[in-house]
Design a protein around this ligand. Structure first.
Ligand SMILES: C[S@@+](CC[C@H](N)C(=O)[O-])C[C@H]1O[C@@H](n2cnc3c(N)ncnc32)[C@H](O)[C@@H]1O
Length: 204
């Protein structure tokens, strides 16, 4: 992957996307940040694929001590996020595979709804992380868009999930569980302290 994969999102739809796309539950953010040992500190956080800033808003609101670099390759999404003028947030162009930051410059890398897990991205993430830095990934999905291994609550969501699977484009979304395979590589095993610490919440 060398290019952003939602390059065709029309700019006029971004306000609707930003308003109605699922955000991240407070419980999940309260679990995620302490688990990465960054909840209380003066830390520099790199957010990859920040989009219109759904997670960025949570991070900026969490602590005035956070310095957040929001990387987003899609120009219109980036502009939309920049116009929010979030506190302590710098919005930048860039891809997970080529992060435009010096080595050992951030304390934590975060990505929400990511589809770009690859050995190249993981190597870049490790390059920019300071020693003992951390990587956090978060997704929020409805049952009908979930991995096949997840329990679906209703018949109609089961049907809709089958239909969505029939249209799958092979990108390493959460539902394909392919994103995890990058961590199975020998390179990732050298770069990260594994196994991954995985947690799933169900909200009704
Ligand atoms: C599903 S959206 C999620 C956006 C945001 N993180 C959120 O939770 O609302 C995925 C984002 O990743 C960006 N993206 C796609 N490919 C990328 C890559 N190779 N490196 C960095 N970002 C990428 C897209 O432009 C898009 O904004």
């Amino acid at each position: 992957m060398g290019q952003p994969n939602c390059q065709t999102t029309p700019g006029s739809k971004l306000a609707l996307y930003d308003k109605y796309r699922l955000s991240y539950p407070t419980q999940a953010i309260h679990r995620l940040l302490p688990s990465l040992s960054i909840a209380d500190g003066e830390v520099c956080i790199l957010e990859l694929g920040a989009g219109t800033g759904k997670l960025t808003e949570d991070l900026a609101a969490w602590s005035p001590k956070f310095r957040i670099i929001a990387l987003e390759p899609h120009g219109q999404m980036r502009d939309f996020l920049a116009q929010k003028r979030l506190q302590n947030v710098t919005v930048m162009d860039g891809l997970a595979q080529h992060i435009p930051l010096p080595g050992e410059s951030v304390d934590c890398v975060l990505a929400a709804q990511t589809r770009f897990a690859s050995v190249q991205s993981l190597s870049e993430i490790c390059r920019v992380l300071k020693p003992r830095g951390s990587l956090g990934l978060i997704w929020n999905v409805e049952d009908y868009n979930s991995p096949r291994s997840f329990q679906v609550q209703t018949k109609w969501e089961e049907q809709l999930r089958k239909f969505i699977w029939a249209l799958d484009d092979g990108q390493p979304r959460l539902k394909s569980e392919m994103w995890q395979s990058a961590f199975d590589s020998s390179v990732a095993k050298q770069l990260f302290r594994l196994p991954l610490n995985l947690e799933t919440w169900r909200l009704s």
